[in-house]
Design a protein around this ligand. Structure first.
Ligand code: ADP
Ligand code: MG
Length: 317
């Protein structure tokens, strides 16, 4: 029996919340990098509406977990399963995982010079509404005939191309585009970001705080079922941690589950987790409520280190 599920069910504060499906369910996940096993059997369940903090020393495998779940090809799935509301994640490419409702805010976001934040977000939203690419098997019968039910796929709403009217004159901005801009302005305000932010190139010349805010802005715009945030607090001063936290808090709700990866307890003063898990040497060695984070703050991680576990490599203190 998955011990994390037992813990979740024992927590009345969370049991009272409406449940939408079973959320993200990870079972016995083993992940390797270049043939070296990093994750050594991870079990974790994050339901929509719950906030889970994943803590642990640097090098313990926190980023490996979230990156492997999102489908980063550097990380090889050796064994185990991961599903969102029953749908298998691990057989899907990253874009399909996103369509299933999974989101990852990176620890080290990349910059994309030449692509504006607004364009990036709109393109991402359009892609999320696109139907899955169909394979030959979807389109043809076994004898090679075109299946009768293969009507052309339609993109609705945001995915509609902008219509250019007679004489090449663009029609007034479509409702979908207006709606997008309104939504973007609201979310920018929520994260205390200036509107000019939307016109800047993705992460190009951004400060550490701006990069992390953009990760949360993406989460706000894409409204995933399960959002994984990899150290949204790293490198931020306390004011920026507050802003990022209040942004995340405003997105909390019964429809979104959050897996918040953090090395430090500090951000958990602002984003109160329902559950805290500690990863050491590729395994979750302890799960508990918010009080566990305070114990870690007082005592560090060493008391939880199993006999013989390697010291993590502190590569990003
Ligand atoms: P955490 O996020 O908890 O700090 P990571 O998941 O980043 O830990 O790292 C776990 C282990 O995997 C570390 O020993 C790290 O050096 C190694 N590792 C992580 N990413 C890579 C990579 N791209 N190539 C090689 N080793 C890696
Ligand atoms: Mg990390």
């Amino acid at each position: 029996m998955d011990k994390n599920i037992t813990k979740s069910e024992g927590n009345t504060a969370v049991a009272d919340k409406p449940k939408i499906g079973e959320g993200l369910v990870i079972k016995n996940l083993h992940v390797g990098i270049e043939g070296r096993e990093i994750l050594k059997g991870v079990d974790l369940t994050v339901r929509q509406g719950e906030v889970h903090a994943l803590m642990g020393p640097n090098g313990s495998g926190k980023s490996t977990l979230v990156n492997a779940l999102m489908g980063n090809p550097t990380y090889e799935i050796v064994k185990g399963t991961a599903t969102i509301n029953g749908e298998n994640l691990l057989s899907e490419p990253p874009d399909e995982r996103a369509k299933l409702g999974l989101f990852l805010g990176f620890q080290y976001p990349a910059s994309i010079p030449g692509v504006s934040v607004a364009n990036f977000l709109r393109t991402a939203l359009v892609s999320l509404t696109k139907p899955r690419a169909r394979t030959e098997a979807d389109l043809l019968t076994e004898s090679g005939q075109v299946r009768e039910d293969t009507a052309p796929q339609q993109n609705l709403g945001l995915a509609q191309a902008n219509y250019v009217g007679r004489g090449g004159v663009a029609r007034p901005t479509s409702p979908a585009v207006k709606e997008f801009r309104k939504n973007l302005r609201e979310k920018l305000a929520l994260l205390k970001m200036d509107e000019t932010f939307a016109t800047r190139y993705v992460n190009d010349g951004f400060s550490g705080g701006e990069k992390k805010r953009l990760e949360v802005l993406q989460m706000a715009m894409l409204t995933p079922k399960i959002a994984m945030l990899d150290e949204p607090d790293s490198g931020l001063d306390i004011d920026a941690v507050r802003v990022v936290s209040s942004g995340v808090n405003s997105l909390r709700g019964p429809e979104m589950g959050i897996l918040l990866v953090t090395h430090y307890q500090r951000i958990l003063n602002y984003i109160k987790p329902d559950f805290v898990h500690v990863m050491i040497d590729g395994q979750i060695v302890r799960s508990g409520g918010p009080e566990l984070a305070h114990e870690l703050e007082a005592q560090g991680y060493d008391w939880l280190r199993p006999e013989g576990a390697e010291e993590g490599v502190d590569d990003n203190v």
